[in-house]
Design a protein around this ligand. Structure first.
Ligand code: UGY
Ligand code: MN
Length: 260
């Protein structure tokens, strides 16, 4: 029995082109190719804008080296914009304007839309941070809330049943949150179980190790300090290489919303 074609009647089997529409959007930005940007309000900071709407992302990611006295006195985020910061290395003071928190390496803070985030380097040495903002998608009856934490206080779970791949969820999973931050860590030799293809976007900053990353079916070498943007539906998978160090990255993933 053949399928009914729109205009040409019936056919049998796999005739025709089996259409694929390719609009895959991804970026790999190695650390040594990054260029400094000026963002008003950030003082004594070396800052690079990574993914942004210009790249097709619905969020903005930044990598920032906060020098001595580095701070952002104007506040980051604002009306309708949620923010997240992760401390890669150092000591950071983060404040919502009324209450401040001290974050060490592995520490992070999420502030809901409408609350400005103030940042300050707390030490004479540099502090490295990964910063994120996104327009929040509200959901009637639910709300996001401030979250302060440190990955070292969380328990990892085995990712999809694999004992050599660990996952940490940094934010709560309830419907008030329209995105989450995770850390995924592959022991050398470990990999995803399959090449993922999904609607969610990622901005991923590699915290440690080396690996081969499959983006749209091309394998690329990656290492600590690299940044990867994965747009919606980009085929993606990683293999960790090397002897001792795990390939680990911190990344964002939108969730809990029905696409408009
Ligand atoms: O959560 C994720 O979708 C994750 N496994 N993606 C990725 O690592 N590229
Ligand atoms: Mn993914």
């Amino acid at each position: 029995m053949g399928y009914k074609n729109n205009n040409t009647g019936y056919r049998d089997g796999l005739l025709g082109s089996r259409s694929v529409i390719k609009r895959h959007n991804y970026a790999l930005l190695p650390h040594d190719g990054l260029v400094k940007n000026v963002v008003p309000g950030f003082e004594n900071c070396e800052l690079t804008i990574l993914a942004s709407p210009k790249l097709g992302a619905t969020f903005v990611d930044y990598i920032i080296t906060m020098l001595k006295d580095g701070k952002n006195e104007r506040g980051f985020g604002g009306e309708g914009v949620e923010t997240f910061v992760y401390v890669i290395d150092g000591k950071l003071k983060v404040s919502d304007g009324t209450e401040s928190h001290e974050l060490k390496t592995g520490g992070y803070a999420y502030l809901p839309a409408g609350t400005l985030m103030y940042l300050e380097n707390m030490q004479a040495e540099n502090t490295e941070i990964f910063l994120y903002k996104k327009r929040y998608e509200p959901l009637e009856g639910f709300e996001a809330r401030k979250v302060i934490g440190n990955v070292n206080d969380l328990t990892a779970i085995e990712y999809e049943g694999m004992s050599n791949v660990l996952l940490w969820d940094l934010l709560p999973t309830d419907l008030g949150f329209d995105m989450n931050f995770h850390i995924l860590s592959f022991k050398p030799g470990a990999s995803h179980g399959y090449v993922e293809t999904h609607v969610q976007e990622h901005g991923a900053y590699i915290l440690s190790g080396q690996g081969m990353y499959n983006l749209d079916n091309e394998w690329m070498p990656v290492e600590k300090g690299d940044y990867i943007f994965m747009g919606a539906y980009v085929p993606q998978a990683a293999y960790a290489v090397g002897k001792d160090e795990a390939l680990s990255y911190v990344y964002s993933k939108d969730c809990n919303r029905d696409p408009k």
